[in-house]
Design a protein around this ligand. Structure first.
Ligand code: SOE
Length: 391
């Protein structure tokens, strides 16, 4: 490590799917970029010692703790990275902030507005740097879309249509994984997938003012068990329990700037594995992005001669595209894992330079307010103002 650079000693709580994505990003960050602060993979925490030891060795962590509280108490840790299920986020993030650690937290920030607010207040009170892991913002094509919008190339924005479509939970015999247990996850597809497209919409279009929504749970009961997207874990044990969260969330939104949004987050969209897509229409142009083809941005801009008008595909791997120059020569694409590296760059620079990156806990809270408004609208059958949810 370059000794002129500030080391950022990381303690990560959790070590599974997101643990792998974060560990990889932290390790690869100084390989591709010159961050002002260089992450040091100091320790991970989890409960199962054998699995923890194996993961620490495989992912390159120097040590481990079987109690996350002990990790937070250690004075050789600067940043706590939370990659555990949603019900643990608030307690861990608040304890980390109170111990003076910077905090990175997986999405959704919390299970409720009340928890998210306490988390936001705790990091503000402690004066630590905080960030929420909405990684899709950091795809070069999404950042380039933001640049085009900010440059005014699309003019006034009228519409966003955003979806996050999956199908891995459609089998009614798929067990009641933690993502389907309300007390653990807070909500279903809404918080898991909807939170991502709400973040993209807030980033690209602006604040959502009000929503009207429908939630649906297609499979009302599932066997008890715990499995992940790769079908690893414990299959159902025969005993069944009710599903208390949504399988699908569909809502309309009106933005503060007058734009209209149509959102769909579902786990019941056969054939769609990670259909995280948006289309934005402005007065002078339109943009389209699809995560499964994440290097490309489809761009339509007024000005082309009649007969040649249409969407063009920009492969966002040129030096002009955000983050792209740090990787490979133009045309040599990057993937899902690189969105996390780009996010870690902003976090480590933020910590080293003492300025808070985005999206942070303030964004996490704003996102949570939209999630809550969607739920309230589904329950009441009326339009709900996002700010109503702060009361
Ligand atoms: C599962 O539905 C999941 O892994 C989400 O939890 C992630 O946030 C999303 O990026 C992919 O799908």
């Amino acid at each position: 490590m370059d000794i002129r650079k500030k080391p950022i000693r990381v303690g990560m709580i959790g070590y599974k799917f997101m643990g792998k994505a974060h560990s990889h990003a932290l390790r690869d960050l100084p390989f591709f970029f010159e961050p002002a602060g260089v992450p040091v993979l100091q320790a991970i925490a989890g409960r199962d010692e054998a699995a923890l030891k194996q993961s620490a060795e495989k992912m390159g962590w120097s040590s481990y703790e079987t109690d996350w509280r002990r990790l937070i108490e250690r004075d050789d840790i600067d940043l706590i990275d939370i990659v555990t299920p949603n019900h643990t986020h608030a307690e861990m993030a608040i304890a980390a902030a109170q111990a003076g650690k910077h905090v990175l937290c997986e999405k959704p920030l919390a299970r409720s507005v009340a928890e998210a607010r306490q988390m936001r207040d705790a990091v503000n009170k402690a004066g630590v740097i905080h960030m929420i892991c909405h990684n899709y913002r950091f795809a070069p094509a999404v950042q380039f879309a933001k640049k085009l919008i900010e440059q005014g190339r699309l003019g006034k924005i009228y519409h966003i249509r955003a979806t996050f479509l999956q199908d891995w939970l459609m089998d009614p015999e798929f067990p009641l994984t933690w993502r389907l247990r309300k007390e653990v996850s807070g909500s279903g597809s809404l918080g898991d997938l909807g939170a991502h497209i709400i973040d993209l919409a807030r980033f690209l279009v602006g604040e959502i003012n009000e929503v009207v929504a429908m939630l649906e749970t297609f499979v009302k009961e599932r066997p008890l068990g715990e499995m992940d997207q790769h079908l690893r874990g414990r299959p159902g044990n025969g005993q069944r329990a009710p599903v208390e969260v949504d399988d699908a969330a569909v809502f309309l939104a009106r933005f503060d700037n007058g734009a209209l949004g149509v959102f769909e987050a579902t786990r019941f969209s056969k054939g769609n594995r990670a259909g995280n897509r948006f289309e934005i229409n402005g007065e002078r142009g339109s943009l389209r992005w699809d995560m499964e083809n994440m290097n490309n941005l489809q761009v339509y801009l007024d000005g082309d001669e009649a007969g040649l008008q249409g969407f063009r595909t920009i492969n966002c791997t040129e030096v002009e595209h955000p983050y792209a120059a740090a990787y490979w020569p133009a045309g040599h694409i990057i993937g899902y894992e690189h969105t996390f590296i780009n996010l870690m760059l902003e976090l480590c620079n933020g910590i080293a330079n003492g300025c808070n990156p985005a999206p942070n806990f303030e964004d996490g809270l704003r996102n949570q307010l939209v999630l809550a408004a969607v739920e309230r609208s589904d329950q009441t059958g009326r339009w709900v103002k996002v700010m109503e949810m702060l009361d």
